[in-house]
Design a protein around this ligand. Sequence first.
Ligand code: DX5
Ligand code: ZN
Length: 223
Amino acid sequence: MGKSRISASMMCADLSNLTEVIKIFEEEGIDYLHVDVMDGEFVPNFGLGVDYIRGLRNLTNIPLDLHLMIKDPEYKLQWIGIKETDIVSIHYESTYQVQRALDWMKPFNCKRFLAINPATPICMLEEVLDYIDGINLLMVNPGFAGQKIVESTLKKAENIQKFLKENNKENIVVEVDGNITTENAKKLKNFGASIFVAGTSSIFRNSINDYKDNIKKLRNAIE
Ligand code: DX5
Ligand code: ZN
């Protein structure tokens, strides 16, 4: 399962004070910046793109957790400027050839994650266990911040934990994304999650003056 890590969801960060927000994240030892890349086709929203990613790199050395919610991601990987310290998630339904897409991610030496939506069956993980470093388990249908958890995903997290154990693949990391309140984070930690995407449900609550406190509360819940 490994150490618990926090990945701050940058779609929740106000652009007008981004530098200050990043400074807080560096001071508080935030592990990853979660970047939701959205193409308006795979999900019904447009999101953070190549220029935004380049801008973030200029602001900080915190590794990126690139969540690609785009169609045919394998053909777009070279646009992004992926670093070895990054996590890159692609969605099971975003390409006809998932194994090939995961293969094409290999030369970047990043951590390869497969993202699965609340209704994606977990049995298909069996065919990709040798291709991935982690699973990004969506607790909401992706595209928007501020949604409520799909309750069945809690049971699903527990089933994934069992499934990885049965397959001797407990080294595969489980990330959870969407409505990660401190309460949900606690439950999910018990089901084996170790990377927690923190958005409006936790660290971005209230104003920037509260972010440090919010981070401490989340960290207490998952340690
Ligand atoms: C989904 C996104 C958001 C993000 C926002 O891909 O990454 O759901 O988690 O956090 P919340 O859900 O707390 O607003
Ligand atoms: Zn995400």
